[in-house]
Design a protein around this ligand. Structure first.
Ligand code: 13P
Length: 287
């Protein structure tokens, strides 16, 4: 059975570690991430953006895939299926389709509209036992065609959204999606501390988790971060492993072009990277 992300995040918050939330893109990704969680004995959040879910055949297809793999693989660690950066309609659709957690990202609305829409999603989700993440202050970079310059979230606005009963809150603190540029200034801990002080113990979410040095992720965890999102890093290791396989001519050696062989190095690389990150985030052996 898939579970809501509420309890695992609360435990992480109390235990001063973070749950890894890994974006999936297809069958291989989903299997590799689940395998990593089981091997690390770690709770896990598998998430899709709206675009990735569309690519995979829609929310219902994703929910069925994750549920069926979970059962077929005999996964015993807690697994939540989460919508990443959901629109108002997307969050509602995922609640219907069987996701156990949703993010409503109203950060591009003004704060009044963000509050009104967040409230509605929280009420609907909670009536079905689904956990909710909301966002204040855009995360920089480009994801699924949506570009944000990466604001620093306003602690007062974070407190307003936190008080609505949201389960965990994403806030901009200088983090960006995609590969960090060489001149990236790093996370803004002064702002994170101010937000953490304002939200009355609400667990915080760090987006843009790929490529943040571990000393910074650890410091973020100390300051209230209990969920760390990773997408790009898994894409990079998958691409690198697949490229090496093809460049070594393995795809034209015997039946190396069989997709079960061709995609295996990439899938193994995803499992290895996910396990490495789970250890770094402190969620290994916390199932
Ligand atoms: P990365 O691009 O750093 O992996 O960020 C993923 C993310 O935050 C998904 O919402």
């Amino acid at each position: 059975m898939l579970v809501s992300a509420k309890e695992m995040i609360q435990k992480a918050h109390e235990g001063h570690y973070a749950i890894g939330a890994f974006n999936t893109n297809n069958l291989e990704w989903t299997k590799s991430i689940l395998q990593a969680a089981q091997e690390c004995n770690s709770p896990i959040i598998i998430q899709t953006s709206e675009g990735a879910a569309k690519y995979m055949g829609g929310y219902k297809t994703v929910a069925d895939l994750v549920r069926n793999l979970h059962d077929k693989m005999g996964i015993t660690v807690p697994v939540a299926l989460h919508l990443d950066h959901g629109s108002f309609e997307g969050a509602k659709a995922c609640i219907e389709a069987g996701y156990t957690s949703v993010m409503f990202d109203g950060s591009h609305y003004d704060i009044e509209e963000n509050i009104a829409k967040s409230k509605e999603i929280i009420a609907l989700a909670h009536s079905k036992g689904v956990s909710v993440e909301c966002e204040v202050g855009g995360i920089g970079g480009t994801e699924d065609g949506v570009t944000s310059s990466g604001e620093l979230a306003d602690p007062k606005e974070c407190a307003q959204i936190a008080s609505l009963g949201v389960d965990f809150l994403a806030c901009g603190i200088g983090n960006i999606h995609g590969v960090y540029p060489d001149n990236w200034a790093g996370l803004n801990f002064e702002r994170l501390e101010a937000i953490n002080a304002a939200v009355d113990g609400k667990p915080l979410v760090l987006h843009g988790g790929s490529g943040i040095p571990f000393d910074q992720t650890s410091k973020a965890i100390t300051n209230g971060v209990s969920k760390i999102n990773v997408n790009t890093e898994l894409q990079l290791v998958f691409a690198e492993a697949t490229r090496k396989y093809i460049e070594a001519g393995k795809d034209i050696d015997g039946k190396g072009y069989d997709p079960r062989k061709l995609l295996k190095p990439g899938a193994d690389a995803i499992t290895a990277k996910t396990k490495e990150l789970m250890v770094a985030f402190g969620c290994a052996n916390k199932a």
